[in-house]
Design a protein around this ligand. Structure first.
Ligand SMILES: O=C[C@H](O)[C@H](O)COP(=O)(O)O
Ligand SMILES: C=C(OP(=O)(O)O)C(=O)O
Length: 360
């Protein structure tokens, strides 16, 4: 455009804005009750104890790569519940309920962003469905974990979440570190997509401090947010740049870096992503390697992450939604619930072998 020319609408890159439901309204429609509060508060405390080495069990974040239909997420939770109970003496099993997907380039960005899977971006419905599912799960005693991506979203759902991830694509972002500094649950910071643990270490340092930044309040008004800092951060090793970082040498090396940075040298291994070289079947290999380290008495491992759904593999999001395979991921490929049950048994046995807690 030459100077002096008028700006026309075709020069503008925001074409529309629509009203957003306020956090307060959603909280009033779907209030946190005492039963749900107890699920969340107790689980957060147990995870803190695991992180601090006061509880010898392992934290397991397990569930679909993303939730795209509420019915199959509920079904998955129903099938996970008996496993959660069976291994409770060895494992703190928390359901992975991911509503926001960070994309390498473009793609479906999750249930909050596009709940009807059709490009209608009905974000108000997405937020409502997300809160409603989390509330039902918490009422049933099933604790949940998520990745928080859009810094506005915590106001709508964070009170129902027991553990949060900051993803590999956002761990280096100041905005996300500020957001994490105000979260009231333990937070796992993924290493970067290039495999760098440094950025996650920096994130843990930054997010443990107070911050002052722009956000929204419960009424949905633009606000200046002041936070205390979140002391319950830890590293999540997910591999990167085609390389894995779950083997004992990698864990040892990063544990030393954590100590040097004055941080707790306890970390989680994500069995998926680059650690599985993006082959869902390899999650079993990674988990077995973690179990071996546990049996050998490693004190650095505090948890694992598994991408798991009712049906193994994944599917492309089809144009005709009626052809979707029920219970199969539309983002990263997952192991199925049967394989998941076997892996949880193996991991629990490894923990039992060092803690002498029998599996009942
Ligand atoms: O776990 C999810 C994906 O690995 C992440 O969201 C990136 O997905 P994409 O590379 O398919 O965009
Ligand atoms: C996006 C995810 O992981 P990462 O940030 O490690 O790619 C995920 O766990 O869904």
């Amino acid at each position: 455009m030459n100077s002096g020319e008028m700006t026309t609408t075709s020069d503008l890159h925001v074409v529309d804005t629509r009203p957003l439901v306020s956090p307060l309204l959603l909280h009033q429609e779907l209030p946190l009750d005492l039963v749900a509060l107890k699920t969340v508060a107790d689980t957060r405390k147990r995870i803190q104890a695991i992180l601090r080495g006061e509880d010898p069990r392992l934290l397991v974040i397990v569930g679909p790569c993303s939730v795209h239909d509420i019915a199959s997420a509920r079904d998955y939770a129903r099938q996970l519940e008996p496993l959660r109970q069976r291994y409770a003496a060895q494992l703190e099993v928390v359901l992975r309920v991911y509503f926001e997907k960070p994309r390498t380039t473009v793609g479906w960005k999750g249930l909050i962003n596009d709940p009807h899977l059709d490009g209608s971006y009905d974000i108000n419905t997405g937020l409502r469905r997300a809160r409603s599912l989390l509330l039902d799960l918490a009422r049933e005693g099933m604790p949940t974990a998520t990745e928080l991506l859009d810094p506005v979203v915590p106001q709508y759902i964070a009170d129902l979440i027991s553990w949060t991830a900051i993803g590999a694509r956002t761990t280096e972002s100041q905005t996300h570190r500020e957001m994490a500094s105000g979260l009231s649950m333990p937070v796992g910071y993924k290493n970067g997509t290039d495999g760098s643990a440094k950025i996650a270490i920096h994130a843990m340092q930054a997010a443990s401090r107070p911050h002052h930044f722009l956000g929204i309040n419960r009424q949905g008004q633009a606000s200046i947010v002041h936070t205390t800092g979140n002391p319950d951060g830890h590293l999540v090793l997910r591999g990167g740049n085609g390389c894995t970082n779950y083997h004992p040498e990698a864990v040892e090396e990063v544990a030393k870096e954590l100590v040097k940075a004055g941080l707790v040298d306890r970390l989680m291994v994500d069995c998926s992503h680059d650690n599985s070289k993006k082959d869902f079947r390899r999650q079993s290999e990674v988990l077995q390697a973690v179990a071996t380290q546990v049996r050998q008495g490693s004190t650095h491992l505090m948890g694992v992450m598994l991408e798991s759904h009712l049906v193994e593999g994944n599917q492309k999001l089809p144009e005709d939604l009626s052809t979707l395979v029920y219970g199969q991921s539309i983002t990263d490929a997952c192991i199925d619930i049967e394989t998941t049950a076997t892996l949880l048994e193996d991991l629990a046995a490894a923990v039992a072998s060092v803690t002498l807690s029998p599996i009942t």
